[in-house]
Structures are given as C-alpha cells and as structure tokens.
Design a protein around this ligand. Structure first.
Ligand code: NAD
Length: 285
C-alpha cells in the first residue's frame, strides 16, 4: 500500500514558520495584507476565496475582497489595480482568472505591480520562474507541489520526473521549478506519443491534465511517487484527481490524494507569498 501524502500535514508544518514571520513583521509595524480581486461570482472562485480568507486569517494576514460586476469595464479594472498597486497598506494582489471577455488580460498583466503579484500573473514573475530568480512569485499551485515534495523528503535531484500538462499556470512553471532543483524533466501533453510508457519510466509523476482519473495502473510502476494536481468531478459528481487513486495506491510507493492533497496546500503558499511581499516592500520603504 502506498504512503499517502496529506496536504494538511504540509499546511500544519508551514503554519508555525509563517505565524512567526507574521509576528516579526507586526513587531516592526507591518501588517501583511492581501487584496482579492474578483469579477462576478463563479462558484470555483468564491470557494477558493473562502479557503484563502480562512487560511490567511488563521495566520493573522488581513484579507480584503474587491468584488466587481461581471461586466466591469476594462479601463475601470485597470484603474482599480493601479489604485491597489499604490496603496501601501496592501502587500499582495490576487486577481481571479480567467477574466470575462471585455477584460484584456494581456494589458492587465503588465499593469499589476510585480512586487504585489502573489500568483504569477505579471510577465516579470513568469520570467523569474524561468530564470530561477527566487525574488519573484511563482504560481501558488506549482509551489504547493514543491512544498509537498519537500515536506515528505522527496529529492528530485537527478531523478526522472514527468509532468503531464503544459499550461502556463501549472505544468510549464512546475517543470521549470523542478529543473531548477536538478530534476531530469519530461513534459507531456495532448500530443505526446505513448504517454503511458513515458509515465511508467519516471520515478516521480506529476499529473496536471484536468482529466478525471486518466492515469491508470498501466501508466505506473512500483516505487514511483505520484503527485496529483488535477481537480475534477467524477461520474458520480464527486471530486477526484487526474489519477485513478484506487488503482494507483496498489502500485506506487507514495501518492497525494484529491481532495486533501496539493489543493489544500495552495492557500498556505498564497499566504507565504503575501508575507514575502510584505517583507520585500518593508525593506524598500
Ligand atoms: P489546462 O487545461 O490549462 O491544461 C491542461 C494541460 O494538460 C494541457 O497542457 C494539455 O495539453 C494537458 N492534457 C490534457 N489532457 C491530456 C491528456 N489526455 N494527455 C496528456 N496531456 C493532457 O489546465 P490547468 O489550468 O493546467 O489545470 C490542470 C489541472 O489542475 C486541472 O484539473 C485543474 O483543475 C487543476 N488545478 C489544480 C489547482 C490546485 O490548487 N490543486 C490549481 C490549478 C489547477
């Protein structure tokens, strides 16, 4: 039977360190604060926001939601982001994406202050991930995968690591972060030939495809560590990952479940990024 990598254990071990960092900032008169910007009320956004607020408040980080109608004009949103950029009491800004079609994300991403961009929307932060420059803010989900591997003592150095998915929010930055840690990376996607075989050859397999239970026993081999990033709904309406958990846990040596895996850690990473932003802004002040 596989070891189960539980998100809550990672969250608990991060909590102590983050609480101490917030305490240090508060003693210097800095009160870390996150602005969450949302257009409309998509259930996924609202549910993530609730989790983020709960996590941040548990760490004494202030959270304010800036909610606008779904048809909020592009120029007005630019102005709001500029206002948050220049507000010294706000250290981090999270904008829910994808945004409605009247918003030009390609313009907006150049407007958000890279120093406040805690979920890697700005091209400056994307570039920093690819350069291995740790002064930036990588996207929270790939960073949550790294935190999970670190917590469970899984070194990727020199290992064959396969990532399924090449999106700019998960697969691609994650591959770069693993490369920075000296993994030998294979990135798979919808055009990959013989995906099962490629996956089977890897020592660590990370699934971020967004396809319910697509990774079956035939993709897996004994001794593998499997991290499941996918968040999907199965045929019975239950939350599930990209990996068929029941099949996988009989084969591999360790696996993160869905729910209760990577997703749980994401809001702790978000909180850690707000603290990092507050520290950097405090140093500059
Ligand atoms: P996306 O749709 O933008 O990208 C999916 C990627 O997977 C694409 O690059 C595609 O080529 C690849 N892919 C899709 N089907 C495939 C297949 N059958 N074989 C091989 N490759 C395939 O999705 P995303 O935003 O990168 O998210 C991926 C998954 O991670 C989704 O389930 C999403 O819900 C989840 N997610 C989880 C968190 C979290 O906090 N845990 C955060 C963001 C996204």
């Amino acid at each position: 039977m596989a070891v189960i990598f539980k998100g809550v254990e990672v969250v608990n071990s991060l909590k102590e360190k983050l609480l101490q960092e917030v305490e240090e900032l508060r003693s210097e008169g800095v009160f870390p604060s996150l602005a969450i910007v949302r257009l409309g009320a998509k259930p996924d956004d609202v549910s993530y926001e609730k989790g983020a607020i709960k996590r941040c408040e548990g760490l004494n980080i202030k959270c304010s939601t800036f909610e606008y109608p779904e048809d909020f004009p592009h120029q007005d949103l630019l102005n709001e982001i500029k206002r948050l950029n220049s507000d010294p009491s706000i250290h981090g800004i999270l904008i829910f994406r994808p945004l409605p079609s009247q918003i030009n994300e390609n313009e907006l991403k150049y407007v958000i202050d890279p120093g406040k961009d805690v979920d890697c929307f700005s091209p400056v932060n994307v570039a920093k991930v690819f350069e291995g420059d740790e002064t930036g803010f990588p996207p929270c989900t790939p960073q949550a995968v790294i935190e999970m591997l670190d917590h469970y003592g899984i070194s990727v150095k020199g290992k064959r690591v396969t990532v399924i998915g090449r999106s700019l929010v998960v697969g691609r930055p994650l591959a770069m972060m693993l490369l920075q840690r000296h993994a030998t990376i294979t990135i798979c996607h919808t055009r990959t030939v013989d995906l099962e075989n490629v996956c089977r050859q890897s020592e660590i397999l990370i699934a971020a495809a967004g396809k319910a239970k697509m990774v079956k026993a035939s993709f897996l081999s004994p001794g593998q560590v499997v991290i499941d990033v996918g968040i999907n709904v199965d045929e019975n309406g239950n939350l599930c990952g990209d990996v068929d958990f029941d099949e996988a846990e009989k084969v591999v040596s360790a696996i993160s479940p869905v729910p209760g895996g990577v997703g749980t850690v994401t809001t702790s990473v978000l909180a850690a990024h707000v603290i990092k932003a507050a520290k950097l802004q405090n140093k500059k002040a």
